[in-house]
Design a protein around this ligand. Structure first.
Ligand code: F6R
Length: 247
């Protein structure tokens, strides 16, 4: 895994956006895998700047998002559909029909997950997948468990994730208990993966991902098996990682 060590969140955002912008310039019809949450927010702000100030066009880009809370309609303020619309899509020239986000109201979420994986294959696979990391080491909503799961499917959110994400809701009780999450097969099928980590709350998970064995109890550790992963992390997120690993 290539590690790009930067000072702070702002630098993560600029660096990540520069990689994504380069991907879009090199292949205007690329498939981008996108994440939500607080980590990619700054990256999306920077991509909006590229669009406005540097004429970066997303007209041919197609996107697939990692996950959606189960039970929330796309119109709900905390849905990931809403997040993507309000923090990226409405400010760039992407065509709405080219954006894909799991349907939080799917009546058969596991059948929906199978179709979502097939959709990704039919698009030609993900060219560049953007990931955040949970404080418990999750990627998408693949939570710590006793095995890795390949398929996109309905998942139960871990208590850490519910607590971590309570900051976006009025209270922890309001955080949905389930989500539809992209599985490991589609994530690891991406040609290139960018994983971002900011802040000391991520430091233990980052250390485990880089230094531990490949273990489903720390889902991000599976990225050790992928050929083309770049971690962009700030000093705080790397504060627990052994110095020699960073050289
Ligand atoms: C979101 C996602 C999650 C987040 C992770 C970190 O689409 O897939 O894995 O990337 O929970 O969230 P933040 O960035 O809010 O710390």
């Amino acid at each position: 895994m290539k590690i790009v060590k930067v000072q702070d969140y702002e630098e993560i955002s600029k660096k990540a956006a520069s990689y994504i912008a380069a991907q879009v310039q090199l292949k205007p019809s690329c498939i981008l895998g996108l994440a939500t949450g607080s980590t990619p927010y700054g990256t999306y702000q920077e991509l909006i700047r590229y669009h406005r100030e540097e004429d970066l066009s997303f007209q041919k880009v197609r996107t697939v998002n990692l996950d959606e809370y189960y039970g929330l309609p796309a119109t709900h303020e905390q849905s990931y559909s809403h997040f993507m619309r309000e923090n990226l899509f409405r400010y760039i020239d992407i065509l709405p029909e080219n954006t894909h986000i799991p349907d939080g109201l799917a009546t058969d979420p596991n059948a929906f997950g199978r179709e979502y994986d097939e959709l990704i294959v039919s698009l030609g696979g993900i060219d560049m997948q953007l990931l955040g990391i949970g404080s418990n080491g999750h990627i998408a909503f693949n939570e710590p468990d006793n095995c890795f799961v390949a398929q996109t499917r309905l998942v139960d959110l871990n208590h850490n994730t519910i607590e971590d994400n309570a900051r976006f809701f009025e209270s922890a009780e309001e955080v949905p208990r389930q989500a539809i999450s992209m599985g490991m097969k589609s994530i690891l099928g991406a040609k290139r993966i960018l994983i971002l980590a900011s802040g000391k709350g991520k430091a233990d998970a980052v250390k485990g991902m880089l230094e531990g064995s490949v273990d489903p109890m720390l889902p991000a550790s599976i990225l050790q098996l992928h050929q083309n992963v770049t971690l962009i992390a700030d000093l705080a997120a790397l504060s627990q990682t052994t110095e020699s690993v960073l050289r």
